[in-house]
Design a binder for this molecule. Structure first.
Ligand SMILES: [Zn+2]
Length: 101
């Protein structure tokens, strides 16, 4: 249930996706969804925003990878664009005598 709730609140942020399609995608029944709306203030608020047409499209925020200097779309607050760049960064920090975090 918890996972479905966070998944549906993500999907509901997309103005291009209808509520019924989002429910279909996640295989959530109308009954379950009504329950979620009652219990989850975030979902209730998203629905309210959709109704009022106030939904803001999610803007992707790009970051510069400290290793390769490429711009990338960070997933879950990642600092580097790839595992390889994490390794490179650790190696370089070690070389420079600083502690890699
Ligand atoms: Zn990189």
């Amino acid at each position: 249930m918890q996972l479905q709730e966070s998944a549906i609140s993500l999907l509901l942020r997309s103005p291009r996706l209808s509520v019924s399609l989002a429910l279909d995608l996640l295989d959530i029944s109308d009954r379950d969804f009504r329950l979620m709306v009652k219990q989850n203030a975030q979902i209730a608020e998203l629905l309210e925003q959709r109704r009022n047409g106030e939904l803001q499209p999610v803007k992707p925020e790009y970051k510069e990878c400290p290793s390769c200097k490429e711009w990338f779309l960070p997933y879950a607050g990642a600092r580097f664009c790839s595992d390889e760049c994490v390794k490179i960064h650790k190696l370089e920090s070690r070389k420079a005598g600083t502690l890699a975090r």
